[in-house]
Design a protein around this ligand. Structure first.
Ligand SMILES: [Fe+2]
Ligand SMILES: [Fe+2]
Length: 474
């Protein structure tokens, strides 16, 4: 169904024919806008931003671009088209028709999944709200705001499901999504990573590269859900998510590029010298990779999880690209995963495939994360330097699962707690690193100009030139 922009809430779910739901969402809408004004991007709410808006949900040409003031962005409810005769793709009920309503027995598990996903969306907007004040260019400022308004729309997507399918408790959960705040002492966001402020652009690019990619994998699992409205919502969200990861990948590429230019020019890889000329040295970049990658590892949950097994068995959640697996039921199958041994190392252990769902999703994510590193390392090699960026092992710096509180180097060599603390600044950003990155954060707003620590992008947005006025500040 086409998107209807005539209504107060743009949608392609025929909202006009469901007065009760429409009223409920129209009641929530002003609260959302209050939240956006209060905790959305600081300082640019009255400016024209060159944003894309969804016009249809099919893969080709779903977006229109134009100058929009962020509070006027047309947030709405967009579901991918319904697949005719779709059947359950995994678990015990494989092959039966998918659910158009929430089955009573899976109500609380589905609600929890939707609330947890929904909570991350406004959380990231809150985490990033001050970044505009230190943007490295207008191009980047616009990309930040595009990500922000789309995370706001992802919140709408989850709130729609709560309102439409979960009755009164759904409405209450939708209210709570605006009440919890990232980093709040007494009412924080649900997941740890989403309470850490993102106060510099290096962290923002790491977040969009690593954490939004985690989002992609969570959405890919939910896109396999037997609860069809959830699957359809997530399928459309994935098309928006792709842009967020593009922002992260190209952002880090441009930082690497700029650093390499300086390394070639000064004929050195000495971080101290490079810092004097205002670029991000590669070992520092590696420590940021270690930090963000490891904090994302926890988002996938424990290696062995009965909850994950139950969700798969019930068809509530599948694996990313479930169709690519041979067995969609996995009743008595097993696989080997790495588990801690007594000597502080790792041994392989056979576990039920259903119990190791989190680990399988995590592994698919890790593989996807490699793509950017290969690209960045190619740039480094081409410039004639030896350095290689690497992902730490998945068990490094974990707080959840069998590796929680086990100390090791990023490449997996066991350490005592004291040894880890002693070497902390070799593995993870030190206070000095963070202060240095902070010192680079100076706002640049002249069209086409870039901060000194980042190279210009290869191309602009939607065929516009790089020096286009993507945000009009006057
Ligand atoms: Fe999102
Ligand atoms: Fe995202």
């Amino acid at each position: 169904m086409a998107i209807n922009y005539q209504e107060r809430i743009p949608n392609n779910v025929d909202l006009g024919n469901d007065r009760r739901l429409q009223r409920a969402l129209e009641h929530w809408q002003p609260r959302f806008l209050d939240w956006w004004r209060e905790l959305g991007p600081e300082g640019f709410q009255t400016k024209d931003v060159y944003l894309r808006t969804a016009t249809s949900v099919d893969a080709k040409g779903w977006a229109s671009f134009g100058a929009v003031k962020m509070p006027d962005y047309r947030w709405g409810i967009f579901l991918a088209d319904q697949e005719k005769d779709r059947t359950i793709g995994c678990g015990d009920d494989y092959g039966k028709p998918v659910w158009q309503q929430v089955p009573g027995e899976y109500r609380s598990i589905l609600r929890r999944l939707i609330v947890t996903q929904g909570d991350t969306e406004p959380a990231s907007v809150e985490q990033q709200r001050l970044l505009g004040l230190t943007c490295p260019s207008l191009f980047d400022l616009r990309n930040l705001f595009q990500v922000n308004v789309e995370e706001g729309r992802h919140l709408w997507a989850m709130v729609y499901l709560l309102h439409a399918y979960f009755g009164r408790d759904g409405r209450e959960e939708a209210e709570d999504l605006l009440m919890r705040h990232s980093g709040s002492e007494d009412n924080p966001r649900i997941l740890g990573t989403f309470n850490e402020p993102i106060s510099d652009w290096l962290s923002f690019f790491m977040f969009t590269y690593f954490t939004d990619r985690d989002g992609k994998y969570q959405l890919k699992c939910l896109a396999e859900s037997s609860f069809d409205p959830l699957a359809r919502t997530c399928r459309f969200m994935l098309t928006e998510e792709a842009h967020h990861m593009y922002v992260g990948e190209t952002g880090i590429s441009r930082i690497v590029k700029r650093t390499l230019e300086k390394m070639v020019e000064l004929k050195t890889d000495d971080p101290a010298i490079l810092r004097k000329s205002g670029v991000v040295d590669l070992p520092l970049l590696q420590r940021y990779v270690n930090f963000w990658f490891s904090s994302c590892m926890d988002l996938f949950g424990a290696e062995i999880s009965s909850n994950a097994a139950i969700s798969f068995a019930n068809g509530v959640k599948g694996r990313p690209d479930e169709k690519r697996f041979e067995d969609h039921i996995e009743r008595d199958t097993s696989l080997e995963i790495g588990m801690p041994d007594e000597a502080g190392g790792m041994r392989m252990e056979e576990v039920a495939v259903r119990s190791a769902m989190n680990e399988q999703v995590r592994n698919a994510y890790i593989k996807d994360c490699q793509i950017g590193l290969i690209r960045w390392n190619r740039l480094i090699k081409k410039a004639g330097f030896e350095f290689e960026l690497e992902l730490p092992v998945s068990r490094f710096r974990r707080n959840i699962g069998v590796w929680a509180a086990q100390y090791m180097t990023p490449d997996g060599k066991s350490l005592t707690a004291e040894e880890f603390t002693r070497q902390h600044d070799r593995f993870l950003p030190s206070d000095e690193d963070r202060l240095y990155v902070q010192s680079l954060m100076q706002q640049v707003t002249e069209p086409g100009k870039m901060a000194g620590w980042i190279a210009p992008p290869d191309r602009g947005i939607n065929s516009k030139p790089v020096d286009y006025e993507y945000v009009v500040l006057q």
